[in-house]
Design a protein around this ligand. Structure first.
Ligand SMILES: NC(=O)C1=CN([C@@H]2O[C@H](COP(=O)(O)OP(=O)(O)OC[C@H]3O[C@@H](n4cnc5c(N)ncnc54)[C@H](OP(=O)(O)O)[C@@H]3O)[C@@H](O)[C@H]2O)C=CC1
Length: 608
């Protein structure tokens, strides 16, 4: 397999000599690696954290014995979720003049994913100047280009303070049922702390990666050493903090299972501090240059009003394949997107037949991934380890990762990479060992960096029963697929707003998407107040029309995803026939929402 590569001399060349690599050979290699990884049980290979495994989900950051009196009250808006989605909803509602807001959050504070994920090395993988929301409103510029998790968590708390959202929040509380009362025109809300709350409107932002999952490895329960999931890091056991210094591991043999975006950040710390580290890998991540650096105070001082919106919009434009005059962020995310654009200049884009466009994208992709693989070769000394660390799939088959220390960690004498791909993953766990290919790796501690159930909002999975008009549940109403207008609201479920990617937009900078959603919901709610609307509800016709639009525009990702190595991006190797996100992308979607609001769209959802 040739690995040297140069830009093609002609945009249409497929000649291996000219390209410096053989596209057919690479395609075949990708397919072989995918086939090696496919498991017939797909998503069923994972275990939900419940029952015997409940201890993996316990909140290590709060007093377990916390109690409080149940609440019996009535509010204008109830927001479910205290991550960035919920915080943005709260903030945008406050800006729209809504004072009476109650928030309900499972964790002990605001932050969502940044509340739970405090593992060593946790860091934003999107530039923090475009990722952290409401920077200008709060008057804050992150201290690092890619901010550490603790700085992000503190920013979430600052939003809570700035918008006075701490006043009426219930932490350590889960909503257990929502039931629409068609007489009083409000929601009856029950929680696991016996609260009985009446809410005129409910906004749900319960997250898309919020339930940690474990692989269904036989013997997990039998392990007698210490074990936890990365989203519940046990610093009592490891010592240190999110900045590292895990001094209590100095005499410990540690197994880390998984090599996704989380593991890439954790491994350098475990490698440095543990006596012995085994990293159990099934599929290697693509690991690109990070180049983190402290924020230049001169640059921060020079930022003019509106800077964050401009930068965020510019980033979104570039990473979604649009044309921009400049690249303000200019990092691994945007340079990869620009690499594709270089091969397809904007003036000829419209003239290219789709097949030709796809072929050029593929060339750009091969070039990118060759660079990623070359980086492994030039960093990792041991040839077999380097070979195992090379990702053989297209760039966006898995969440790309960035690190300047991960690969180098495998040069340490105390660190061993264990490739589990031929065995479908770790085979077995015993009382004191992790087993792969019949070899027992004895360890004191097993850490699962095995990710989260994806897209499982409490609502779509039925964890949170939502009874709309006539007692019909949302899962019943959506039996044949989701039915919404713009992803936000559904007929039969008045005054209920959902944030999330379903029938809405999506992007790698997901917090940006959430902000646009929060702005939209706040505007609709503010208008409902102004008009004294009885409730907000789309018609059946509007819902059907939106569903037809989603279908018509649905990006056909099937062929791309079917060739990908399995993972949560392609439903563990069983890609869905079509996407449920708006196919023209987030920029067009946000423009559509703005137009809808300006052109009287609200007349159709506000029932006066
Ligand atoms: N913004 C940020 O900075 C960060 C964002 N994130 C987000 O969270 C998402 C989840 O990341 P992460 O927590 O890493 O989870 P992922 O789902 O990405 O990774 C899980 C890992 O566990 C491995 N695995 C699963 N089962 C087994 C098994 N039986 N044996 C061996 N290995 C196994 C997977 O292998 P395989 O790939 O073969 O399935 C994979 O490497 C990211 O994609 C990203 O969106 C995460 C960290 C930082």
């Amino acid at each position: 397999m040739p690995t040297s590569h140069h830009p093609p001399t002609s945009a249409t060349s497929m000649d291996p000599e000219e390209l410096g690599f053989d596209p057919d050979a690479l395609r075949a290699k990708y397919r072989a690696e995918r086939d090696r990884r496919i498991r017939p049980d797909g998503k069923k290979q994972y275990r939900r954290i419940a029952g015997d495994l409940d201890s993996y989900a316990q909140d290590p950051y709060v007093e377990p014995e916390f109690t409080r009196e149940p609440l019996h009250d009535r509010v204008e808006v109830l927001v479910i979720g205290g991550g960035f989605g919920g915080l943005l909803a709260g903030a945008r509602l406050r800006q729209a003049g809504v004072r009476d807001i109650r928030m309900i959050e499972q964790g002990g504070d605001f932050g969502g994913t940044w509340y739970w994920n405090r593992y060593p090395g946790v860091q934003c993988d999107i530039e923090s100047y475009v990722y952290l929301p409401l920077l200008e409103e709060i008057g804050y510029v992150p201290r690092w280009r890619y901010a550490p998790g603790e700085e992000i968590r503190q920013h979430a708390r600052a939003i809570g303070r700035h918008f006075d959202l701490y006043r009426d929040v219930c932490f350590q509380t889960q909503v257990t049922e929502l039931r629409w009362d068609d007489t009083e025109l409000e929601w009856a809300v029950h929680t696991d702390r016996d609260d009985r709350i009446r809410a005129r409107h409910v906004v749900i932002s319960s997250g898309t990666l919020s339930r940690a999952k474990l692989p269904g490895i036989p013997g997990i329960e039998t392990f007698k050493g210490h074990t936890f999931h990365t989203s519940r890091w046990d610093y009592d056991y490891t010592g240190g903090d999110a900045g590292g210094g895990l001094h209590r591991l100095a005499d410990k043999r540690v197994a880390l299972i998984g090599t996704g975006a989380t593991a890439i950040q954790v491994v350098p710390h475990l490698g440095r501090d543990a006596e012995r580290l085994y990293v159990f890998q099934r599929t290697p991540s693509s690991v690109d240059v990070r180049g983190n650096r402290p924020t230049d105070p001169g640059w921060a001082a020079s930022l003019a009003p509106g800077w964050q919106r401009r930068r965020r919009d510019n980033f979104l434009t570039i990473v979604t394949g649009g044309q921009a005059d400049e690249d303000l962020v200019n990092d691994g995310w945007t340079s990869t997107a620009r690499l594709q654009q270089k091969l397809i200049p904007s003036d000829s884009y419209a003239d290219l037949p789709p097949q030709e466009r796809e072929r050029l994208y593929e060339i750009a992709d091969f070039q990118k991934m060759n660079g990623i693989r070359d980086r492994v070769d030039s960093t990792v000394g041991d040839t077999a380890t380097a070979e195992a660390l090379k990702p053989w799939y297209r760039y966006m088959c898995k969440r790309p990762t960035f690190s300047d220390t991960y690969l180098d960690t495998f040069n340490r004498p105390n660190v061993t990479l264990v490739d589990t791909a031929d065995h479908g993953g770790v085979e077995r766990i015993t009382e004191n060992a992790v087993v792969v290919g019949g070899v027992e790796y004895e360890v004191d501690c097993v850490i699962f960096a095995t990710g989260f159930e994806v897209g499982v909002s409490g609502v779509t999975s039925g964890f949170l029963p939502v009874h709309g008009r006539g007692g019909v549940t949302l899962t019943e109403a959506w039996r044949d697929g989701p039915k919404t207008l713009h992803g936000f609201y559904s007929h039969g479920f008045p005054n209920l707003f959902q944030l999330g990617p379903l029938q809405n937009a999506s992007s790698v900078n997901y917090v940006h998407i959430l902000d646009e959603q929060a702005i939209h919901v706040a505007e609709v709610l503010a208008e409902a107040r102004r008009r004294r609307a009885r409730y907000v509800e789309p018609t059946v016709e509007a819902e059907a029309a939106w569903r037809a639009t989603i279908r018509e525009k649905a990006a056909d990702l099937y062929d791309f995803q079917a060739e990908c190595t399995p993972g949560y991006y392609n439903n563990e190797g069983m890609p869905r026939e079509r996407s449920e996100s708006f196919g023209d992308g987030p920029i067009a979607f946000h423009e559509l929402l703005r137009r809808w609001r300006a052109d009287g769209g609200m007349d159709d959802v506000l029932v006066v």
